[in-house]
Design a protein around this ligand. Structure first.
Ligand code: ADP
Length: 478
């Protein structure tokens, strides 16, 4: 199998998921992952902040109680047990938390919410406090399943009834607040996801819609329908692509037009001489006198030459296109080639009542070039000047030399070329004047020949006034 074909991805292997789907899945999944991470962080830090504040509030409360108890113990006049009892019963922050006293058996002896002697409490914070100083726990109460924060502080100088104080606060309110924060955060996240989705849809649409249009228009172009163009609505890359695509479509339409014109003009060009040849052959076949024979043969020879020239032009063009157009370079006298070309047209110009003037220069012009091709260029330019100049007009051929180049100009007082056509007449198959015979490739071939010689072929023209074709070629150095 051909290497190039092998390296192409198989159609079946191509992924068909649209750009929109890929874009949406990619951006939405990245945004969703980031938002999930953000929400986890928000939850973690909010919880830490709220629980931390509650903890430090209760711990400071416990420390303050410890300080008061220590002072009471040192005050010999005070009844320690009744002061502790009083402290628990008349606890001032009942609304925010509950204060309990625990006896030496680890049972709750008193509570600021009312005494409940038989109640068995689940108190891991007390167990912890017995082991270390930090008796703190968060768990669900066994009785009503409420989430609580409990801090137990061992009384430094305990009595049998009061060995520890336990502060218990409900976390339900705090949890409600955290849930509130999370609700806001999740709402914002959903909003962000919606914004990302809408922006993505808008963005992807602004790319995919024109791309789809370019695709469908390209298919139409491929089928030969050149009528459609892409609307250019922005100056961004898509706008530039649309503009470039439209330019390409214009070019294709133009070349299609040129091709069609070429086919019809070549067919026409072929038909005219063939009709003349056929007509005269038939006339001569059915008997003739010497005068008619001479005239007929002249027409047949002339038309055959025209056909031959046209075929030569077409062959040259095809050689240029395929890269097989080569030059046989030698050192030549350019003026000699120019004069050869002029000689061919002197009689014709006289017959057509066109004055062809040429002042023979006194210098030689040594040029490295292909003599036949350069003569062909001069013939083509002079032929055009004659073709597009009416009887009574004039053609002037001039050659000038500088230190490094030679310039040959052919000026006529003929039909001229319209400003719109002027930049295109050097294009292959372009005919500005369709009333005259011609395939529209003469100037294209001439320009190619001169360019390959390192020279330039320029055309100045004014419609109705005349045309000047100027050829400049570098002189041979050394
Ligand atoms: P064609 O075979 O049609 O003459 P060319 O390539 O030689 O093709 O010329 C291209 C077009 O340029 C012509 O169709 C004609 O319209 C225009 N043109 C060339 N030379 C002249 C000129 N001397 N005066 C007016 N128009 C010219």
């Amino acid at each position: 199998m051909n290497e190039n074909i092998k390296s192409l991805p198989s159609r079946r292997g191509l992924r068909h998921r649209s750009i929109s789907a890929r874009w949406m899945v990619n951006t939405l999944s990245v945004a969703a992952v980031l938002l999930v991470v953000a929400n986890i962080c928000i939850y973690y830090f909010t919880r830490r902040y709220y629980y931390g504040s509650a903890e430090s509030y209760i711990v400071s409360e416990a420390n303050a109680s410890q300080t008061i108890l220590a002072r009471l113990y040192d005050d010999l006049s005070a009844n320690y047990s009744s002061e502790v009892r009083n402290m628990v019963e008349s606890f001032g922050k009942k609304e925010q938390m509950e204060l309990m006293s625990i006896n030496v058996d680890g049972k709750v002896s008193l509570s600021s919410s009312g005494f409940s002697p038989d109640a068995e409490y689940f108190m891991p914070d007390y167990e912890l406090a017995l082991k270390s100083e930090d008796g703190l726990g968060i768990y669900r109460g066994e009785d009503n399943g409420e989430k609580i924060l409990a801090v137990t502080t061992i009384i430094a100088k305990p009595s049998s009834n009061y060995s520890a104080l336990r502060f218990v606060a409900s976390l339900e309110l705090i949890d409600d607040q955290i849930n509130g924060v999370m609700a806001v955060s999740l709402t914002v996240s959903v909003f962000i996801l919606l914004v990302v989705t809408f922006m993505g849809v808008y963005f992807v649409k602004s790319i995919c819609v024109p791309l789809g249009k370019i695709g469908s228009t390209a298919k139409k172009l491929a089928k030969g329908d050149f009528s459609e163009r892409i609307p250019v609505v922005s100056g961004d890359e898509i706008g530039q692509l649309s503009r470039a695509f439209n330019e390409m479509a214009d070019e294709l339409e133009n070349s299609e037009q040129i091709k069609n014109d070429f086919i019809s003009s070549v067919s026409h060009e072929l038909r005219t001489p063939l009709t003349a040849i056929k007509g005269w052959s038939e006339t001569l076949e059915s008997g003739y006198d010497p005068e008619t024979f001479k005239k007929g043969m002249k027409v047949i020879t002339g038309e055959t030459k025209r056909l031959e020239q046209m075929v030569e032009d077409l062959l040259d063009f095809s050689r240029i296109q395929s890269g097989h157009f080569t030059l046989q370079l030698t050192t030549i006298d350019l003026i000699a080639e120019l004069e050869d070309a002029i000689l061919i047209y002197i009689d014709k110009a006289k017959k057509e009542n066109i004055s062809l003037s040429y002042n023979e220069p006194e210098f030689m012009c040594a040029v490295v070039g292909d003599k036949n091709r350069l003569r062909q260029v001069f013939i083509n330019i002079i032929d055009n000047a004659l073709k597009y100049t009416e009887a009574g007009g004039s053609i002037e051929v001039e050659a000038q030399k500088t230190d490094s180049a030679v310039t040959v100009s052919v000026s006529d007082t003929g039909a001229g070329i319209a400003p719109d056509d002027l930049p295109k007449v050097k294009q292959k198959f372009y005919k500005a004047n369709k009333t005259k015979h011609g395939s529209g490739i003469g100037l294209a071939v001439a320009d190619e020949i001169i360019t390959r010689h390192g020279g330039t072929l320029e055309i100045d023209s004014e419609l109705g006034k005349g045309t000047t074709v100027t050829i400049t070629l570098p002189l041979k150095t050394g």
